[in-house]
Design a protein around this ligand. Structure first.
Ligand SMILES: Nc1ncnc2c1ncn2[C@@H]1O[C@H](COP(=O)(O)OP(=O)(O)OP(=O)(O)O)[C@@H](O)[C@H]1O
Ligand SMILES: [Mg+2]
Length: 240
């Protein structure tokens, strides 16, 4: 098992404010002191649950969950670029959990078995948790969903294991799979103003001048996809 150490990031702007943030070395991929440039979406990736723009309900629910964590499965559903995967990493970080990422398109019966075996046998700190993150769960095959059924209920659960699946919608997901997950909606509806204010902070932190692009328009054009907005802002900054 990887040794768990805590690294301190240099001061980084997170959720609009400067702060120093301890990160588990395996957890959040945000590493502000990398020698090579990062995309703005990486550099400004929120670290703590409270750091996200909007998502009030998700933040409330997950903060409460962190106070009394328990094994089980979550499904984070919502449009692209609103923070589903990043929230899973933040949750793992706050729980100081051992993170296992199942790459998208690799969530098959074999990978599920291997991951569960690891959760059974990897030594953990007493009271510690495993967080298994499976992105793009809506692309899972039926066989994978069926393989998960017994792992997600009381038939054959791995100890101290929290599964987090992310998906853009639930159409392709089996009812029996869905009924084993706590479903949390991630919505960025009505957040254009907040996103524009956030982009303005980033714009100035990145040396943008007074001629900022129309950030409200940018948020609306991207349908409040924060990742898209940061990508667009990056191009605008390069054009200065
Ligand atoms: N609510 C948010 N607050 C602050 N930053 C955000 C938020 N949502 C997304 N971001 C930014 O967008 C980036 C991408 O977010 P993330 O990958 O978590 O989105 P996602 O919902 O998982 O998208 P997808 O469905 O495409 O996988 C993050 O690294 C972060 O910089
Ligand atoms: Mg994602």
């Amino acid at each position: 098992m990887k040794k768990r150490t805590t690294v301190w990031l240099p001061e980084t702007l997170v959720g609009g404010s400067l702060r120093k943030t301890p990160l588990p070395s395996w957890g959040n991929p945000m590493q502000a002191d990398l020698a090579f440039p990062q995309s703005l979406a990486e550099k400004y990736r929120p670290v703590r649950i409270a750091d996200f723009i909007g998502l009030d309900r998700a933040k409330k629910v997950l903060s409460a969950f962190c106070k009394r964590p328990a094994s089980g499965a979550w499904l984070f559903v919502g449009p692209s670029g609103v923070g589903k995967s990043t929230m899973a990493l933040a949750l793992a970080g706050e729980l100081q959990a051992e993170l296992h990422k199942i790459p998208s398109q690799k969530c098959n019966a074999q990978t599920i078995d291997d991951t569960v075996r690891h959760c059974w046998y990897a030594p953990m700190m007493p009271g510690g948790f495993h967080v298994v993150l499976a992105d793009e769960a809506d692309q899972m095959t039926n066989a994978a969903q069926l393989a998960l059924l017994s792992k997600l209920d009381s038939t054959d659960p791995a100890p101290n294991t929290i599964w987090i699946f992310t998906a853009n919608d639930t159409e392709r997901l089996e009812r029996r799979f869905l009924s084993r997950c706590k479903v949390l909606e991630f919505s960025s509806y009505g957040l254009a103003g907040e996103i524009a204010a956030y982009l303005d902070t980033v714009w100035h932190a990145e040396g943008g001048n007074g001629n900022a692009p129309d950030l409200g328009r940018m948020a609306k054009d991207s349908r409040n996809n924060v990742r898209d907005c940061l990508m667009r802002l990056e191009v605008e900054l390069m054009a200065l």
